[in-house]
Design a binder for this molecule. Structure first.
Ligand code: ATP
Length: 366
């Protein structure tokens, strides 16, 4: 069997543990040796002490835990070749030449670079006598697959990223709780949710909570949105509603590209309509708490599929991202997925929203 390593990197999200669990167990089932690499790329650079040989029991009882039990880190050192050289040395010493990377687009970009450089890194290590000829030969090829963990659902090439569904549950729980108090006091609540470049959470939360209004980065409101919003809220009040919910994605902007903050929305509503208006910023609550059933199952599916993809990899295989498309697992060339995700961010910054949405939604040749 092969020797695999799995690590989590970048921002954490619920469902990462469920994914790790599936990777370890599918790996063991197929006769592989599976290492849990703690603390992301930093752990790889720091070496052996962060490599834990996974057993069936080592991933028991974690399927529903938020966060990642093997730790995540931002690692500036991995952006330098010297850092990647250390990481390559430690992996080669441990015989790990199959990696499952769970993270966002930064993590996957780093993984792609690592694979591209792998041979030259090993050459250098051999030359410096940091690895033996035997270690060199045994680890000649590095196979990589990636899985996207992100609560924002902001990655191209997969219908859902791991963590999005759980974050949405957290938002809806919070809104449900607030609705009771808003109802009692006839208040308006402005809820700020995560999503810097992607309004998915705000949009889905709006649908699921009967919100009066949502602000998302992909769709700046009309120039006179303040009037329209106030009219809308007033209309609802006259129709007998005792409360209002307005959802603001953290990356919401107006049609000039200026941020629309929850603070500003509150000011507009309270000054014009004289409604008692409160702000709730959910922040990291969205990343916390139990993992939704959907994310647990998604983690199980993508994690086991990732191991199968590694088993089929050979030295010519490009790195893949394992995603979900039409409820089926799919393999997307990693570079293409990352590039398209970056193109979306660029289109958003250039106010080309239609293009951004098309890029995000368009399916890949598979
Ligand atoms: P999130 O979406 O939560 O921010 P992410 O994976 O995009 O997740 P980053 O902080 O961008 O998070 O990346 C995680 C780590 O990946 C970095 O700390 C760095 O070690 C590595 N990394 C990111 N970009 C590169 C790159 N261009 N080259 C090499 N390594 C990189």
């Amino acid at each position: 069997g092969r020797t695999l390593g799995v690590f989590t990197s970048g921002g954490d999200s619920q469902g990462m543990n469920a994914t790790v669990r599936a990777i370890v167990r599918m790996g063991l089932y197929l006769g592989c040796k599976v290492y849990l690499i703690h603390e992301g790329y930093q752990g790889m650079i720091d070496g052996e002490k962060n490599f834990q040989l996974g057993s069936w029991a080592s991933v028991s009882g974690i399927v529903g835990l938020g966060g990642t039990i093997i730790g995540s880190a931002r690692c500036p050192e991995f952006r330098e070749r010297s850092g990647r050289l250390k990481a390559a040395r430690n992996l080669a010493k441990a015989g790990i030449n199959n990696l499952v990377c769970i993270g966002g687009d930064g993590t996957l970009t780093g993984a792609d670079l690592f694979k591209k450089e792998w041979n030259s890194l090993l050459d250098e290590l051999l030359e410096k006598n940091e690895i033996t000829k035997d270690e060199y030969e045994k680890n000649k090829y590095l196979n990589i697959v990636g899985i996207v963990g992100s609560i924002d659902n902001d990655f191209c090439g997969t219908d859902m990223t791991i963590g999005t569904s759980s974050a949405l549950h957290r938002i809806i729980e919070a809104i449900d709780a607030i609705v009771t108090t808003a109802f009692s006091h006839q208040r308006c609540f402005v809820m700020e949710v995560m999503g810097r470049h992607c309004g998915y959470l705000a949009l889905a939360a709006g649908l699921a909570s009967e919100a009066d209004w949502i602000f998302i980065p992909e769709h700046p409101p009309e120039p006179d949105w303040e009037n329209i919003l106030c009219k809308r809220l007033q209309y609802h009040r006259l129709a007998g509603h005792r409360l209002n919910i307005v959802i603001v994605a953290e990356g919401a902007i107006d049609n000039q590209g200026n941020p629309i903050t929850s603070e500003y929305v509150k000011k507009v509503i309270s000054s014009r309509l004289k409604i008692d208006t409160r702000i709730t910023i959910l922040g990291h609550v969205q990343r916390g708490g139990a993992t939704s059933a959907y994310d647990r199952v998604l983690g199980a599916r993508l994690g086991s599929e990732a191991v199968l993809a590694l088993m089929m990899s050979h030295n010519e295989s490009p790195p893949f991202v394992i995603g979900i498309n039409g409820n089926q697992p799919c393999y997307i060339p990693l570079v293409e997925a990352v590039e398209r995700t970056k193109a979306v961010a660029k289109a958003m910054a250039a106010f080309e929203f239609k293009k951004a949405i098309e890029l995000r939604g368009a399916s890949f040749e598979r």
